[in-house]
Structures are given as structure tokens and as C-alpha cells.
Design a protein around this ligand. Structure first.
Ligand code: NAP
Length: 445
């Protein structure tokens, strides 16, 4: 049997994920050596402060602040710093010096992916990034390899644990968004600054990565439509529940045909949407993640599990490492990024989906027919109308009778964003409508 020399593994970052990766590499070194066919020697851990207190007990001599020496002496570099710089420069330095790369850095891949993949291709380096989307859940390699012989038509992902926890709390405990966010912060699910999560920015980065891989097309982050959950109200959650739906923040990657031109392309978007309670994604509770994939031949597949957490994410990083180390000793270049399809990426105006529009209306004869006419004027057909009444205030000596009001929830069939927006503008101006209380997209049916 051929004996291979140990592979020198440099770890950039010893935080939540990095410390767990280091611990597991050290504790299970013999097992990893058997799986790979060569030892994986952890040669150093780059941090900002070598003397900082660590939650995991690791040999002090491994910590360093000398990035260049660590990187240039490594066969494999695992980047777990986060952020754009210096992560980008360190990865480029590592690839140019002959190292293979594992990273969990979604922000970097979503913004500088093409540059990194091009250099990897040029120098023959492997660049693995399973942990960048949905933490512990194996989804990127299944999309790239296991489904490499299929056509992905649509991905619906719950890829941000913080927002799923918040929406789940609002649904199951009746919390407001602020109350649910406070609980998420107390439990360590939300950052001190939760903007990246609740604003949908984190999910948008993951949507860009998923869509690029699934559709063999570079999908820039700038072309991912994004809405966060900050406008989601308890009333919307309640109204969705009554209609048999749950509100989820979805990352949606979809092959579509542009409604106006008939041209085939793709869409990547993030927004809160109503999902039928019977859909597998509706059962994703707490801070968990799930990715629902619709493939041409395989049909529907669901990938579910922990989307974050130090040790959970370390599992995905180490899976990448083992896979890459096996290939490293066998020789040969990494798998190049596959962007040959080069499909047009359409903006939100090109998609069609279904909508649920909640209106407060005055309860007078002819309201329903009039409002149905507004939808029909814009070519939007109705799937269902539900009504609940608020009784009229009684006539007193001091003021005249106030007409009773009603809440109408109107579900549409598939319509374009443009048609729906024009409908909502006309509804808001209609004399029967006191408020357009909510407009939510409906997905997953
Ligand atoms: P973290 O806890 O903040 O750790 C970052 C580590 O990098 C720390 O050890 C820090 O050093 C070091 N570092 C940062 N900037 C540095 C610099 N300029 N020079 C040297 N060292 C530097 O981050 P994390 O949660 O482990 O996340 C790491 C990566 O994994 C990120 O890309 C993140 O998006 C991704 N990820 C994380 C999770 C998760 O659950 N945490 C899930 C999926 C993906 P000090 O310790 O000295 O400060």
C-alpha cells in the first residue's frame, strides 16, 4: 500500500466554527488518517489574539497571528475568519501557493465567487464551501454531484435560522416580531446587530450561491431580490394561520420564463411568503434550516437540519476537508465552477406567483363585485375570497351610524408582480377599501 506524507492543514480562524474544527481534527486524527489515506496535520490556527480565552481547550502553541507563514507552508487552508478581507486575500495567496481551500464564508463567495473560482480553475486548486449554505446540511455537493445528472427546476430554502426562529415564535407563541427577536437574542440565535438576518441579507447571499450552482449560471448577489421579515405582523401570521398557511422567509431559486418575452432564464429572490401547512417546509421549526429541491427527474427532495452552530458547521467543513484531502493525494485539479449555461437572471418583475391580499373594506352592497373587477382589470384571477365582519357601531344620539367594516382575504391565481402591484395601487384608491392591510406571496403549492 502506498504511504502518503501527512497533509499540512492551516486553519484561519479559531472562533465558533474554527475551534470545533481544530478540536475534532486533533481528537480524531487517526480516524481521519484512515479515511483519507494520509494524516491531516493541523499546523496552526490564525487568530487576532493568541492569548484570548477560548471556549475549547486547544494547544496554545498552535495559535498564531502570522498569516503568511501559516498559509505558505500549508497543503490545505481552511478559511473560517468570515467577512471579505483579509479572507479573500488569504485564500488567493493560498491557492497561488498550491494549497486547496475549504471555506464557510457565504459573504465572500456571494460577492467574490467568480474571482475565486477563476483562480482555482487557473491554478488547479480545489475550493469547497459546503458550510456556506445551511450549516451542517449537505446541500451544495448534492446539488453539484448527486443531482449533477438532473435538471434543478426550483429550490425553496429556509436558510436563515434566526428568522425562522422568529417567525416560528410569532406563529406558535403569538409573539410580536420584537418579542420573538428578544427571545432569539437571549438564546444566542440572533447577533447583537440582527440586520443581516432580519433584513434578508444573509439569506440573499445563500440564494446567490444556491442559484449559481443549481442553474450552472453566475447569479450575482445584486440580482437577488430581497425583502426581510421586518414588516411581518402578528395579524398577517394570524390571517395566514386561519387560511391554513404559515409565513416563512424563503430563498427561492427558480427556472422561469419571462412573462413578457417568453425567454428562458432564472430568478433568485428572498421574501417572507405564505407556505401551505401541508408543505414539508411548514414543519421546519425553531432555528432549523431546510432546502426543498424540485428536480426534473428526481422529483421533490428535502434536506433538513441544523443551519448553524459551531460543531454542526464543523461537520460540513470537515466533510469538505476529507473529500478534498482524498483528491489531493490522488492528484488532479479541483472541479471547476460550472457556469456554462449562462442563463439570463431576471429581476422580480419577471416572476409570476400567487398572492394573498388582505383588505379592510366598508361592508356595503356591491363591494365584492367591485373589488373583483379591480383584480380582473389587471388580468389577475381570484382563487378564493374569505370575509370576516366587524359589526356596525350602534346609532347613538351623539353621532351617526358608522358602516360596518369587513376584512377580506383575497387569494389570487398566478400573476406577475407588475399586474399585482397595479392592482394593489387601484385597490388602495378604491372608495370601498379603507386599508390594504397586507400583501403576501404564496409559495410551495
Ligand atoms: P467567529 O466566531 O467570529 O470567529 C472568527 C475567527 O477568526 C476568530 O478566531 C478570530 O480571531 C479570527 N479572525 C477574524 N478576523 C481575523 C483577522 N483579520 N486576522 C486573524 N484572525 C481573524 O466566526 P464563526 O462563527 O466561527 O464563523 C466563521 C465562518 O463560518 C464565517 O464565514 C461564517 O459566516 C461561517 N459560518 C458560521 C456558522 C456558525 O454557526 N457560526 C455557520 C455557517 C457558516 P479571534 O478569536 O482572536 O478574535
Amino acid at each position: 500500500m502506498i504511504e502518503y506524507r501527512n497533509l499540512r492543514v492551516a486553519l484561519l480562524g479559531g472562533g465558533n466554527v474554527g475551534a470545533q474544527v481544530a478540536r475534532l481534527l486533533l481528537e480524531q486524527s487517526e480516524e481521519f488518517a484512515n479515511r483519507v489515506g494520509a494524516g491531516l496535520e493541523l499546523v496552526g490556527i490564525l487568530v487576532r489574539d493568541v492569548d484570548a480565552e477560548r471556549t475549547v481547550d486547544l494547544p496554545h502553541e498552535l495559535f498564531t497571528t502570522d498569516a503568511e507563514s501559516l498559509i505558505l507552508g500549508a497543503d490545505v487552508v481552511i478559511e473560517l475568519l468570515g467577512g471579505i478581507e483579509p479572507a479573500r486575500s488569504y485564500i488567493l495567496m493560498a491557492m497561488n501557493s498550491g494549497a486547496d481551500i475549504v471555506t464557510a464564508n457565504k459573504a465572500l463567495l456571494a460577492t467574490h465567487g467568480p474571482e475565486l473560482f477563476a483562480v482555482a480553475d487557473q491554478v488547479g486548486a480545489q475550493l469547497n464551501y459546503e458550510a456556506a449554505v445551511a450549516g451542517a446540511i449537505p446541500i451544495l455537493r448534492p446539488l453539484r454531484d448527486s443531482l449533477g445528472g438532473d435538471q434543478i427546476n426550483r429550490i425553496l430554502g429556509i436558510v436563515n435560522g434566526t428568522t425562522n426562529f422568529i417567525l416560528d415564535q410569532m406563529d406558535t407563541a403569538g409573539d410580536t416580531l420584537e418579542e420573538a427577536l428578544a427571545t432569539a437574542t437571549d438564546l444566542g440565535y440572533a447577533e447583537a446587530d440582527p440586520t443581516a438576518d432580519i433584513g434578508g441579507y444573509d439569506a440573499a447571499q445563500k440564494a446567490a450561491i444556491l442559484a449559481s450552482l443549481a442553474f450552472h449560471t453566475h447569479v450575482p448577489l445584486a440580482s437577488v431580490y430581497r425583502e426581510g421579515i421586518t414588516e411581518v405582523t402578528p395579524a398577517q401570521i394570524e390571517s395566514a394561520r386561519k387560511a391554513g398557511y404559515v409565513v416563512k422567509l424563503l430563498a427561492i431559486c427558480e427556472r422561469i420564463t419571462d412573462a413578457a418575452t417568453g425567454q428562458a432564464g432564472v430568478s433568485a429572490r428572498v421574501y417572507p411568503a405564505m407556505v401551505p401547512r401541508s408543505h414539508p417546509l411548514a414543519a421546519v421549526h425553531g432555528a432549523n434550516n431546510a432546502v426543498f429541491v424540485e428536480a426534473e427527474s428526481a422529483g421533490s427532495l428535502m434536506f433538513y437540519g441544523a443551519g448553524a452552530g459551531g460543531v454542526e458547521t464543523a461537520s460540513a467543513v470537515l466533510g469538505d476537508l476529507v473529500s478534498l484531502a482524498r483528491r489531493h493525494i490522488a492528484g488532479g485539479p479541483g472541479v471547476a465552477a460550472s457556469i456554462h449555461a449562462d442563463l439570463p437572471v431576471f429581476d422580480i418583475g419577471s416572476i409570476t406567483t400567487r398572492y394573498a391580499v388582505t383588505l379592510e373594506v366598508t361592508d356595503e352592497p356591491g363591494v365584492l363585485a367591485t373589488l373583483a373587477g379591480v383584480f380582473s382589470d389587471h388580468g389577475v384571477s381570484l382563487a378564493l375570497v374569505e370575509q370576516s365582519m366587524t359589526p356596525a357601531r350602534p346609532l347613538t344620539s351623539s353621532h351617526a351610524a358608522v358602516p360596518s367594516t369587513a376584512t377580506l382575504v383575497i387569494g389570487t391565481h398566478e400573476a406577475t408582480e407588475a399586474a399585482l402591484a397595479a392592482t394593489v395601487t387601484d385597490l388602495a384608491a378604491n372608495r370601498f377599501v379603507t386599508t390594504v392591510a397586507s400583501v403576501l406571496r404564496v409559495e410551495g403549492a
